[in-house]
Design a protein around this ligand. Structure first.
Ligand code: 6PG
Length: 230
């Protein structure tokens, strides 16, 4: 039974380059729509490795960067400038190449430690309209942002949550909460690699993994990650 109702809309991509370019073009399209409608595009970037190619493609596309505000779905509690931080990856692949004001790049101050950083970032977000688009990756266990299966952080009602004991190093992180991810106008997943197949299959069966719990999303999945029965 080819039931992919959990993944609607679902876009299948032949490889990682095609996935990256297609999502970059989709982001540019959503940016133009958002700026046209509301005068700004508030975009939360995903971390991890999958978005790298997408960000490299996005920097080449026509985007009205003067009206874009960048946020982050999560951050690892590492020193500022650490190469393993999600904001470092975004700077390296995208933000240092585009004409965006530094003041419009809103990094999570994860160097302060999870609790202080979550409070500071929540204070920033709570006076803002909902994010227009949240880009999300998915881990092999079905986590997204830094919301991991069974972690108490998933149940917290704050806008931004501290995460401890994350199984993906570093164990201390900061994440937009489940509620904040759900409140965004749109969510878009980028998923690649055969290691993600099992989590996608579980989600397809309705298993309540965090990547499913964030709510309706546009799923862009590379063929290697597709479970057999999709
Ligand atoms: C992180 C990310 C995390 C990531 C997934 C997928 O800090 O690592 O926020 O949620 O998106 O783990 O990572 P890959 O794209 O590297 O597979």
């Amino acid at each position: 039974m080819n039931n992919t109702s959990q993944f609607f809309p679902l876009v299948r991509h032949s490889g990682t380059q095609e996935l990256a370019l297609a999502v970059a073009q989709r982001i540019a399209q959503l940016a133009a729509q958002s700026i046209g409608a509301r005068g700004a595009f508030r975009l939360a970037l995903a971390g991890g490795a999958t978005p790298r190619l997408c960000y490299q493609a996005l920097r080449e596309l026509p985007v009205d960067w003067a009206h874009v505000h960048i946020y982050f779905g999560d951050e690892r509690c590492l020193p500022q400038g650490d190469a393993q931080r999600n904001d470092s990856m975004a700077q390296e692949t995208l933000l240092s190449y585009v004409p965006i004001a530094r003041a419009n790049i809103h990094c999570i101050p994860a160097e302060l430690g999870a609790r202080a950083a979550a409070q500071a970032y929540a204070a920033l977000l709570k006076n803002l309209p909902p994010l227009d688009l949240v880009l999300l990756g998915m881990g092999e266990d079905g986590h997204t942002a830094s919301l991991f299966p069974g972690n108490p952080a998933n149940e917290l009602s704050e806008v931004v949550v501290p995460v401890f004991d994350a199984p993906k190093p570093p164990s201390e992180r900061v994440s937009l909460s489940m509620g904040t991810l759900r409140a965004a106008r749109q969510r878009l997943f980028l998923v690649a690699g055969s290691g993600k197949r099992d989590a996608l299959a579980q989600i397809n069966q309705g298993v309540q993994l965090p990547a499913l719990q964030v709510g309706a999303a546009e799923w862009h999945i590379e063929s290697a990650a597709m479970p057999q029965d999709f």
